[in-house]
Design a protein around this ligand. Structure first.
Ligand SMILES: [Zn+2]
Ligand SMILES: [Zn+2]
Length: 439
């Protein structure tokens, strides 16, 4: 299947026409103007048709002329622009068209269509399966909608070539019954909305940059997303950082942030993007966001082993509170071990987050054969066959520590960081909350 994205933005577009925020300004200055999300599949199946979709198609050198099946997710105005059906009535055509979707959308559309027009109406509910020409479409529950429009639907679409995609906009965290329904679907592509970006405390029925990877983790756990599934965020709003930064952020989860109007080839013929085992070092100063970024790098993974290398400090209440607060923020499916014996903890684990090399070193320096411990840590990392993210601190840029032990620690950490970096496939520096890949 070929999915032509006619738009990639949320209802207001990106930039929002009324907004002067940094994200909207970047979009304006760089001429990256995005419209309401909709997809033209093989030129024949149109998924959602908001008011902007017909012109977006024309600007991309496509059109709705060959569309035979119109599939609506819900009646919100950025997804349903029923006037397009009236314009179809102004053109002499005997070609029938299917119009499918939740009842509220069909009610809207019927008012714009002559009763004698060649339109087949298909009211869809959760669980319905329908053949639209060569496409097999199954309706799934969304966490989206309202009293006025009823519940929104998501779609599981299988094409004539056997390719299979999940179209998931609009929705908040996927309902349990939807997760059940997609178990073992092993989609070729998942188009999952990510509206709110870093506005994670907005109480909307949409996803954001925190909840999005967790949904992917849920889908991975159920084999709906596999190592070769193309992951495409759509329905992007201005809570997101500008696309270059958003690409960096979402690439951590194997996701591809599309350009406006991008054509995405879905199916086994698309190049497999298996993620190889990765060793990743994340460094940065105090409170720079390095822990956040390290956690983000594995946030799409269903099972993560978190290795805390700090020595327990039973008498330090403030320390304990900070540790507990951190732990509460991590997904409940993650396991935590507190240990300095990193080699043993990491062995055989598919995904590990180790925090942090600095505290591990502080403990190791007290031991008789420090060098052997250091060698062991580096060897553990270079030999590991899964994903390991190691957090460390960037020290040595400031004043020279006044004490001998301080200088020894600074030098030892600098040396260790350089050795870890050489053993890793990726090295990231986080400064002021912005991750940058160094190697
Ligand atoms: Zn929407
Ligand atoms: Zn909506």
């Amino acid at each position: 299947m070929e999915v032509q994205l006619l738009g990639t933005a949320a209802a207001a577009g990106w930039p929002n026409p009324w907004c002067r925020c940094a994200s909207c300004t970047w979009m304006r200055v760089n001429g990256d103007v995005r419209g309401q999300t909709s997809a033209l599949v093989d030129g024949r199946l149109l998924i959602d048709c908001g008011p902007e979709a017909p012109r977006a198609a024309e600007r991309l050198g496509r059109s709705l002329v060959d569309v035979r099946h119109l599939l609506f997710t819900h009646a919100h105005p950025d997804h349903a622009g029923p006037a397009a059906l009236m314009w179809r009535g102004w053109v002499p055509t005997e070609q029938p068209i299917d119009v499918a979707g939740p009842p509220a959308v069909l009610d809207e559309c019927r008012r714009w269509v002559d009763p004698t027009a060649p339109v087949s109406w298909h009211e869809l509910q959760v669980g319905d399966v329908i053949e639209l020409g060569p496409y097999r479409v199954r309706a799934l529950a969304a966490a989206h909608g309202g009293p006025a429009i009823g519940p929104a639907l998501l779609y599981d679409v299988t094409g004539p070539d056997g390719a299979r995609l999940l179209w998931a906009t609009d929705t908040a965290a996927l309902p349990e019954r939807t997760l059940d329904a997609v178990t073992d679907a092993a989609y070729d592509a998942v188009f999952l909305e990510q509206t709110n970006g870093d506005d994670t405390d907005t109480d909307t029925d949409h996803l954001d940059l925190q909840s999005w990877p967790r949904q992917i983790a849920e889908l991975r756990q159920r084999n709906a997303v596999t190592g070769t599934t193309q992951l495409v965020p759509v329905h992007l709003g201005h809570g997101n950082p500008p696309p270059p930064q958003l690409r960096t952020r979402m690439s951590a989860w194997g996701a591809h942030v599309p350009d406006e109007g991008e054509l995405i080839v879905v199916g086994p013929q698309a190049e497999a993007k298996m993620r190889a085992p990765r060793r990743i070092l994340v460094t940065g100063g105090a409170r720079c966001g390095k822990s956040w970024w390290a956690e983000s790098l594995v946030a799409d993974q269903p099972e993560v082993l978190y290795v805390a290398t700090a020595r327990p400090r039973p008498d330090d209440v403030e320390w304990q509170q900070r540790v507990d607060a951190h732990r509460r923020q991590r997904p409940s499916t993650w396991r935590t071990v507190e240990t300095q014996d990193v080699a043993k903890a990491v062995a055989g684990e598919p995904v590990v987050l180790l925090e942090c090399a600095t505290l591990w070193l502080a403990a190791a320096l007290d031991e008789p054969d420090v060098d052997a411990r250091l060698d062991e840590l580096v060897a553990t990392l270079s030999q590991h066959r899964g994903t390991v993210v190691v957090v460390t601190n960037e020290v040595g840029s400031g004043v020279v520590p006044p004490t001998e032990s301080g200088r020894r620690f600074r030098d030892a950490l600098g040396t260790l960081n350089a050795r870890l970096a050489r053993a890793c496939d990726e090295v990231w520096l986080v400064t002021a909350g912005i991750p940058r890949r160094l190697a």
